[in-house]
Design a protein around this ligand. Structure first.
Ligand code: ATP
Length: 217
């Protein structure tokens, strides 16, 4: 269990604060807006009406004990930047910040922010990719255009031999595991056939995964 600070409890900040709480962490939530604080007051460890551009306030709230801090202020770029400087001054190593504009992003990058988040863009890309490859329910981007993707097998793939299906791609795509109910197969035998709702975790380049995805449709 760790302590996290979330500054700015609009819909994005609230979602993060509540999910971190659900995962069992202590969350310090800060917002200047009383209504936003009231929304989460009985659901996070400390919900405080305060101006996070004031470093003293953050210190009094023991924000420096946080494992990581998330600045989820969207519109007020100046406030967002001041918060970052305060958090860095307090020695917090992991500072994640929501950015709304390109110039905001550039300044945050110069300040050495560990992670700059563009939620609307990221969500847009995610939705477009899911629409484009409906069988891919999740994916993680690795370096050099490599991805790990989670594929859920649907009814019409029942009985298909997995080795046969992957045959053309053995050089390019690796099956990391197959999950069937509570059982996980790390080694896939030659005669392994798919069942509906099997979950495949595979790794490869986007281009090759796209080619493979046509076999799943
Ligand atoms: P959403 O997450 O709802 O999309 P948004 O991107 O529109 O939010 P804002 O509404 O600009 O972002 O900011 C998010 C929250 O940050 C607001 O609830 C606002 O009150 C809070 N906030 C703004 N400035 C400060 C500050 N100096 N200290 C603490 N909280 C702040």
């Amino acid at each position: 269990m760790a302590i996290f600070t979330v500054i700015g409890l609009g819909s994005f900040g609230q979602t993060i604060a509540l999910e971190l709480t659900r995962l069992g962490h202590d969350v310090i939530g800060i917002d200047t807006n009383q209504r936003n604080i009231e929304d989460v007051a009985d659901r996070v460890t400390h919900a405080v009406i305060a101006d996070a551009t004031d470093e003293k306030v953050l210190e009094e709230l023991n924000v420096q004990k946080s494992e990581a801090a998330i600045v989820a202020i969207g519109e007020d770029i100046e406030a967002s930047i001041l918060c970052v400087l305060n958090l860095k001054n307090l020695g917090i190593h992991q500072v994640w910040v929501k950015a709304k504009t390109k110039s905001h992003h550039t300044i945050l990058a110069h300040l050495g922010v560990e992670k700059i988040i563009h939620p609307e863009e990221d969500m847009g890309i995610r939705i477009a990719q899911t629409l484009s490859y409906p069988m891919v329910s999740r994916y993680m981007a690795l370096a050099n255009d490599h991805f790990i993707v989670k594929v859920i097998i649907h009814e019409k793939m029942k009985g298909v031999n997995l080795h046969g299906l992957m045959g053309k791609y053995t050089e390019e795509i690796r099956i990391i595991l197959v999950q069937r109910d509570k059982h996980i197969f790390y080694t896939i035998s030659e005669d392994f056939t798919l069942e509906p709702n099997d979950i495949l975790i595979v790794e490869g380049r986007q281009h090759d995964l796209q080619k493979l995805s046509s076999s799943f449709q």
